[in-house]
Design a protein around this ligand. Sequence first.
Ligand code: FAD
Ligand code: SF4
Length: 540
Amino acid sequence: MSVRPTTGDAYRDWGPPAAPVEPRVEDGARIADDRTVDCDVCVIGTGAGGAPLAKELAEGGMRVVMLEEGRHFTTDDFTARPREMSTILYRDAGQTVTVGNVPIILPLGKGVGGTTMINSGTCFRTPPPVLEMWSERFGLDELNADELDPYFRRVERELNVVQVPEDRAGRNALVVKRGADALGWRGDFIWRNARGCVGSGVCSFGCPTSAKQHVGLSYVPRAWAAGATTYTECRAERIEHDGRRARGVIARAAGGGTVRVECAHVVVACGAIHTPVFLARQGLGGHSGELGRNLAIHPATAVRALFDEEIEMANGVPQSYFIDEFADDGIMLEGAAGPPDYAAMSFPFSGERHRELMLQFRNIGQFGLMVSDLSRGWVRERAGRIEIRYDLGPEDTATFRRGIERLCELFVAAGARAIYPPVTSVAELTGGDLEPLRRAEVKAQDLVLMAFHPLGTARADARRDHGVVTGELRLHEMENVWVSDASVIPSSIGVNPQITIMALATRLAYRLLGKAAPDDEPEPESIARPRITQPHALTA
Ligand SMILES: Cc1cc2nc3c(=O)[nH]c(=O)nc-3n(C[C@H](O)[C@H](O)[C@H](O)COP(=O)(O)OP(=O)(O)OC[C@H]3O[C@@H](n4cnc5c(N)ncnc54)[C@H](O)[C@@H]3O)c2cc1C
Ligand code: SF4
């Protein structure tokens, strides 16, 4: 078995130049007529779940049509200015928010590549204990580490998943590592899907150098090269079906026309917020009452700290280091950094105090914290609007409290002069004194939260009465409608989910093609092995 390099030079190298591919894009903004196209598989959505599936099917000889509500952006569109980019690359300019006991911003990407276009590029396989728990709780026996290994390898090779070398990690991460090392906490540089990354620090606003291998840059062009077509700015509105089989999909084009896709299979890959709403509109997926429920989001926050030394958090890979010392307690610490205009939107305080803090931007460090949530929310459509309800439960609130305290301890160990926890009643900690935080009563509404990983709203469960799709990702009640996105993931997984979603999508493609798993994928020289041994917090 060959070995694929994943360290040092493998990260810095651009690798062999990709052959230019003619985009096979039909621009929905120019479609004013009503047209019908014919294919084997219609894939709705071109994100982490849709794009790998489309590529594998097209390369396997199937005729594939992708429908995408957003536009097709190229690297030339990416200006590296967060304020400009968030208005065009994010759905609702990044202002999707949950309602509940604490508002949580839940940004989503919209365009060819979906949310991978604006994600941080962190790559983790599903931890094996999580897969074991899926088998026990959801009857997903086939989704075990051995079965998925060839698909993980394939995805990781396609995306060039490699480990960030120290010289690209940025000072922000190195200062955090210094603190973690002083405390004896376990961590490592993150494995990412990148080729020739220069550490420009704006992954979440469209990589301006084509280094980040988001699926709109990697998988979708490979699908085009194999004959697939993407209809952009075409929003799928209806699946034509008789309750057992689907015949086709009707999409509304931004130019006013319609595209009717006649197909043998429909794959819904709109993401965990839009897939359940779309299926509910079709009268599909509702048999068990689980559609739209079981929403896990991996709620997250960040702690900032002021240092005497210059940190320059805008330089380097923004999410380049992780600390899994507390992963079994449901707490994963991961980098979070960015340029000043991004920071200005999220730093605490207002008015003169905010200005003073921003003037010290060069000396401020920041690190993130993600919780494997026990809380569950739901998604539904009401009066034409999508409503996302999520209440942070007391156990998760307590986990946040512990995680924030750990991060503050880390910043003290790293030598911070002042620390800014994301807790409204404790604005600032100075002199290494964490007592005000330890004494504070922290309720959910006192926390400043975001979330980046909606999961579970069309969950896979082998039992018809408990899930929306089977372990094969087919809607329980339909013969030829499949779901391939974050909504099928049945629980929190404790790590960033894109590789899980892509591996499941690749497996589904192999099943639809009737092919055995690939047996020639190289073994990675190294791979992240986060310390999650007891996924206790994931089984709500
Ligand atoms: C800022 C940020 C950073 C992140 N960082 C990481 C990270 O470092 N690592 C990681 O693993 N994960 C990360 N994630 C999460 C990860 O990107 C997502 O989990 C993943 O992309 C979800 O894949 P998906 O296929 O479910 O949905 P998406 O990737 O969101 O794709 C869904 C697509 O469907 C389209 N669509 C929706 N409805 C329709 C319709 N009716 N018709 C046509 N098209 C439609 C949407 O426009 C979208 O393009 C991050 C997320 C965010 C927001
Ligand atoms: S750090 Fe810069 S070059 Fe590297 S992947 Fe992110 S945006 Fe691209």
